[in-house]
Ligand binder design. Structure first.
Ligand code: AMP
Ligand code: GLY
Length: 421
C-alpha cells in the first residue's frame, strides 16, 4: 500500500524510515518532505496547510494511508479532510487535536477530570491578567492559549518580566489570535519526561520514555529551541512512576477525551514533570514529538505501519507495542545562530555509512548534493546497549558530518547519565 506522510522535518524522516521497514508499505510520499527525506521518500512541494491540495494529491496517487505528523495541520483539521475523502489516516481529528491546540481547553479538561497538573488561572482580559500577576508567586509561568511554534511559554522570574509577557501576548499580539487568551500557572520543579503513546481512544500503549534538551546551549543555558537532542529511555521514569502515570494520567486522559465527545486517536505526547508530590502534566501534544521521535522509533520493536493501522481501526488492544532493549541518543546539528537568525545554503557532507541513522530536518537537495536550509539541520541517532555508549556513538558520528556554521550541544544525555548513578 502506498503511504503519504504530511510534514517535512526530522520527525517525519524518522517516521518514514520506520515505515519503510514494513512489508506492507509500498511507495512513500512526503508532503513537502525535504532534501534529506528525498533519499527515502518521494517528496512533493505541497504546503502542510493546503488540505485541498493534499487531498487531491492523495486521490490522484492512490494513497492507501496517510500520516499527518505536525501540530498545525492536525489542529487545523487535515485528518478530517482526508478521512472524509475516504483516506484512512493516522492522527487525531481537529476535535481531538484541540488537546494541544488550546492550553485553556487542556487545563480545564485536567481540572474537570482530576488529572494532576500545575494550578492555574485563565484570562481573556489583559487588565485582569496584569492585576492577578501582582499577587502571583514568582517565578510564574505564562502560556499563550494557542499554537506558538514552541515559543508560547514564558517562565518569568520577576514581576516586570511577567507583565511584559502578558503585554506581548495579549496586547502586542505577538502570536496573533493564539495569544489573545493566556494561562498563568504555578511554577513546578522536578525532572521532565516525555512519553509518546499510541491510543485508539480505547486503550493506551506508551512507547519508550525520553528526555528532550530544549535550551540552545550546554548546561541548559541559552534560548528555548524546538529541541537540541534527546535520549531514551529516561532514567527518571522508573517502573513505579510509569504505573502511576498510566493510572493517574494516561488512562484518565483518554477516558476524559472520550467523555467530552473528542475521542483521541493517534500518538498522544505527555510532557510530564516528576514533582515531589507526584507526576504532573506540563503539556499535551497531539502528535509525535520532535526530536523525541528520533530516539523513540528506533527503539520501537515492531511494525509501525501495523500499529498505526490498528490505531485507526480501533483495534490497538490486539497489537503489541514492544520496546527494544538498549538506549538511544539523538544529537541535533543546527545552524549557528539558531533559534534566532542564521545563514543557510551550506553544503552538507554525510558519510554514506551514517545515512541510515541521520534524520534530516532542514536541507535542500540540488544536483545530488544536500545544502543547509533551516535552523535545525539534522539529527544523528545511535542505539547501543548502554546510554553511555549511545551518547559516545552519536558524538563520534556528529564529528564526521560536516557543514559550515554547524553547532551542536556537547552535553546531550549528561544529566541522564548523572541520574543513573
Ligand atoms: P512547553 O512549550 O509547554 O513544552 O513548555 C516549555 C518548557 O517550559 C517545558 O518543557 C518546561 O521546561 C517549562 N514549563 C512549562 N510549564 C511549566 C511549569 N508550570 N513549571 C515549570 N516549568 C514549566
Ligand atoms: N520536542 C518537543 C515537541 O515536539 O514539542
Amino acid at each position: 500500500m502506498d503511504v503519504l506522510v504530511v510534514g517535512g522535518g526530522g520527525r517525519e524522516h524518522a517516521i518514514i524510515k520506520k515505515l519503510k521497514e514494513s512489508k506492507d508499505v509500498g511507495k512513500i510520499y512526503a508532503l513537502p518532505g525535504n532534501g534529506g527525506i528525498a533519499l527515502d521518500a518521494i517528496c512533493c512541494d505541497i504546503n502542510v496547510m493546503d488540505f485541498e491540495k493534499i487531498k487531491a494529491f492523495a486521490l490522484e496517487n492512490n494513497i492507501g494511508y496517510a500520516v499527518v505528523a505536525p501540530d498545525d495541520p492536525l489542529v487545523g483539521g487535515c485528518v478530517d479532510v482526508l478521512t472524509e475523502a475516504g483516506i484512512p489516516c493516522f492522527g487525531p481529528n481537529a476535535k481531538a487535536a484541540i488537546i494541544e491546540g488550546s492550553k485553556i481547553f487542556s487545563k480545564n479538561l485536567m481540572k474537570k477530570y482530576g488529572i494532576p497538573t500545575a494550578e492555574y488561572e485563565t484570562f481573556d482580559d489583559a487588565g485582569k491578567a496584569l492585576e492577578y500577576l501582582e499577587k502571583a508567586p514568582l517565578p510564574t509561568v505564562i502560556k499563550a492559549d494557542g499554537l506558538a511554534l514552541g515559543k508560547g511559554v514564558v517562565i518569568a522570574e520577576t514581576l516586570p518580566d511577567a507583565k511584559n509577557a502578558v503585554y506581548e501576548m495579549m496586547q502586542n499580539k505577538k502570536f496573533g489570535k493564539n495569544g489573545e487568551r493566556v494561562v498563568i500557572e504555578e511554577f513546578l520543579t522536578g525532572p521532565e519526561v516525555s512519553v509518546l503513546a499510541f491510543t485508539d481512544g480505547n486503550v493506551v500503549k506508551p512507547m519508550v520514555s525520553s528526555m528532550d534538551h530544549k535550551r540552545a546551549h550546554d548546561g541548559d543555558t541559552g534560548l528555548n529551541t524546538g529541541g537540541m537532542g534527546t535520549i531514551a529511555p529516561n532514567p527518571y521514569y522508573t517502573e513505579e512512576i510509569a504505573q502511576r502515570c498510566m493510572d493517574e494520567i494516561f488512562i484518565p486522559t483518554i477516558e476524559a477525551m472520550k467523555k467530552e465527545g473528542r475521542t483521541f486517536k493517534g500518538c498522544l505526547y505527555f510532557g510530564l514533570m516528576l514533582t515531589e508530590s507526584g507526576p504532573k502534566v506540563i503539556e499535551y501534544n497531539c502528535r509525535f514529538g520532535d526530536p523525541e521521535t528520533q530516539v523513540v522509533l528506533p527503539l520501537l520493536d515492531g511494525d509501525l505501519f501495523e500499529i498505526m493501522r490498528a490505531v485507526t481501526e480501533e483495534r490497538l488492544k490486539d497489537v503489541p507495542v514492544k520496546i527494544k532493549d538498549g538506549s538511544a541518543c539523538c544529537v541535533i546539528m543546527a545552524s549557528d545562530g539558531y533559534p534566532q537568525s542564521y545563514e543557510k545554503g551550506f553544503e552538507i557532507d554525510i558519510p554514506e555509512n551514517l545515512l541510515n541513522r541521520v534524520y534530516v530536518a532542514g536541507a535542500k537537495e540540488k544536483d545530488g548534493k544536500l545544502y543547509t536550509n533551516g535552523g535545525r539541520v539534522l539529527g544523528v541517532t545511535s542505539v547501543e546497549k548502554t546510554l553511555k555508549d549511545a551518547i559516545n556513538a552519536s558524538y563520534k558520528a556528529a564529528e564526521k558530518i560536516h557543514f559550515a556554521n554547524a553547532f551542536y550541544r556537547k552535553d546531550i544525555g549528561k544529566r541522564a547519565l548523572e541520574a543513573k548513578k
